[in-house]
Design a protein around this ligand. Sequence first.
Ligand SMILES: [Zn+2]
Length: 310
Amino acid sequence: MVASIQQPELNPSSGYVGRFAPTPSGPLHFGSLVAALASYLDARAHQGQWLLRVEDIDAPRCAPGAADSILQTLEDYGLHWDGDVCYQSQQSSYYESALGQLQAKGLVFFCTCSRSQLKGHDIYPGTCRTRVIRDQQQDCSCRIRVPDQQLAFDDLILPSYTENLALQVGDFILQRKDGPYAYQLAVVIDDALQGITHVIRGADLYTQTTRQIFLQQSLGLTTPIYGHIPLIMNGQGQKLSKQNLAQAIATKEAPVLLSQALQRLGQAPPQELIDAPIEEQLQWAITAWDRHKIPSLQEDPTPFVTTDSP
Ligand SMILES: [Zn+2]
């Protein structure tokens, strides 16, 4: 069934709706804790709602039990969300509807290029852009025609960003050959359906924002305000992620790691609150929260301290 995309009325009390949207590819690690904390504090400091979305659209990337583990860790760290958790895996009818709208506007084309045909191209060369493929066949992805013009946005934390999608990204995929809708489409639809006004997230998504803004504009959806927080690097200068074996964070270390996460965000708690119970630290942090103190580039020479050895 195809569902229509309707943006909810904004909560009149503050009008701020934020979110945290983890991919359940493994347990929550320190880097994602910092991202979760930043979006939580920014929402709460503005009397806003803070929603949770599990980005489980790409089934092969999801680890069994990881979603539940992430939710439990957030609870253990005192980061309580509002409303029901949204699962991308249950939203397909909305993505289908959005794709249909873009198709009706003539913005979508089918692409039969194989991986080997695209080898060596950083930007899609436009091979199928003008070919007439009327019906989506097997072995065919959906791409969107991007405009040859500058698209810019202001960021709450990082500098403004400008990009020409045609020259720097190319016609990007909305639905993959093997069926799943692409992240870019899903995130735009979910942000609209959840009425998100502020997206505070990791800087790994900073340069993808223009693609999302283009999709919002093409679908007549409101563009949220974006703020990207610097990524937490490990000692080797790599982003902490499951791929480079960032460790899961333990509940018993919550007060220590919460203090460290606040320090990474430039919101170091006063001496007497370091390692205090999480509720006390969070209460202080909501009051003291200041986006301008978030360092715009962050590299830590030492991995975070943990009492568990790997
Ligand atoms: Zn193609």
